[in-house]
Write a protein that binds this ligand. Structure first.
Ligand SMILES: [Zn+2]
Length: 282
């Protein structure tokens, strides 16, 4: 298989919580995968009580870079590109206002950096972000903006001539939580633990009736790899937390897919439902 995939993410750990099982399967089937992480996650909270100690807090960017390396190895990424921007923090936090925050860098400048990577790596498929209606983290919104523009910008010889030879990406997708998936996990969670964090998601309408073209990708046998990658982000996830509450066997029996929204297709954007890695390019 000659499929190259480039996954564009905001923070260390996003590569493990979004489409990790998909990338793991693609890599096992012969794809080359490159991870681009925009920020160092410096503004993240330490969400695992066991890791919430001063030595970790004082060196959070370094610690998170180490966690990212381990997670990327578990998933199977061939290369990690750190863009080196500073985490902008949660919406309306003081970090948003910093001059060096990712969200305050000129979009053209950021786009040029990513175009440069795309023109070097030459991916067939880019994984980016949807509009993040229910999680408006400024860095994620930035990745969404870039996701919408990257394919056209990388292919256009008149744009960023210093950033390498133009390259045409075939498709851009965003991993998404569909209503169907949330309901399946919610039900499984209620059955196995008596409570479900997805209840709040359902109330807020996450994955609701938006018009979008979505695809399912079968990740049977890979859910565990995604979880192991996520668990490698020891500062960011509590191993006793809800992400791990439902056994992988249950997840795979109720919903063995990851879902993707098509953001761009070369020639005919958002037309047709005949491709998510085109049967992995048989
Ligand atoms: Zn993030």
């Amino acid at each position: 298989m000659s499929l190259t995939i480039l996954a564009l993410h905001a923070h260390p750990d996003d590569e493990s919580s979004k489409a990790a099982a998909t990338v793991a399967r693609l890599v096992d089937e012969g794809a080359r995968a490159v991870l681009v992480t925009a920020t160092g996650g410096e503004a993240g909270d330490i969400l695992n009580p066991e890791m919430d100690v001063p030595e970790v807090a004082q060196h959070l960017a370094e610690v998170r870079a180490g966690e990212l390396e381990e997670a990327a190895r578990i998933i199977g990424f061939d290369e990690i590109v750190m863009l080196g921007y500073r985490d902008s923090g949660m919406p309306d936090s003081p970090d948003n206002g910093r001059d060096d925050a990712f969200c305050n860098q000129p979009i053209e400048e950021v786009l040029e950096r990513v175009v440069e990577v795309v023109r070097r790596v030459r991916p067939d498929v880019v994984l980016g972000y949807d509009d993040h209606e229910f999680y408006p983290h400024p860095d994620h919104l930035r990745i969404h903006e870039i996701s919408l523009e990257i394919a056209a910008a990388a292919a256009d010889a008149d744009r960023f001539p210093e950033a390498g030879e133009p390259w045409q990406v075939d498709e851009v997708y965003a991993p998404v939580f569909t209503r169907e998936r949330i309901l399946a996990l919610h039900t499984a969670m209620l059955e196995s633990t008596g409570e479900s964090p997805f209840a709040v998601w359902l109330e807020r309408g996450v994955g609701g009736d938006v018009e979008r073209t979505t695809f399912k990708f079968d990740v049977t046998g890979y859910v565990d790899r995604g979880r192991k990658a996520l668990a490698a982000h020891r500062t960011q996830v509590d191993p006793r937390g809800f992400w791990f509450a439902v056994p992988t066997s249950v997840v795979e029996s109720v919903y063995p897919w990851e879902d993707f929204e098509l953001l761009y297709r070369n020639g005919s954007p958002n037309s047709g439902r005949d491709s998510l890695f085109a049967g992995i390019r048989e």
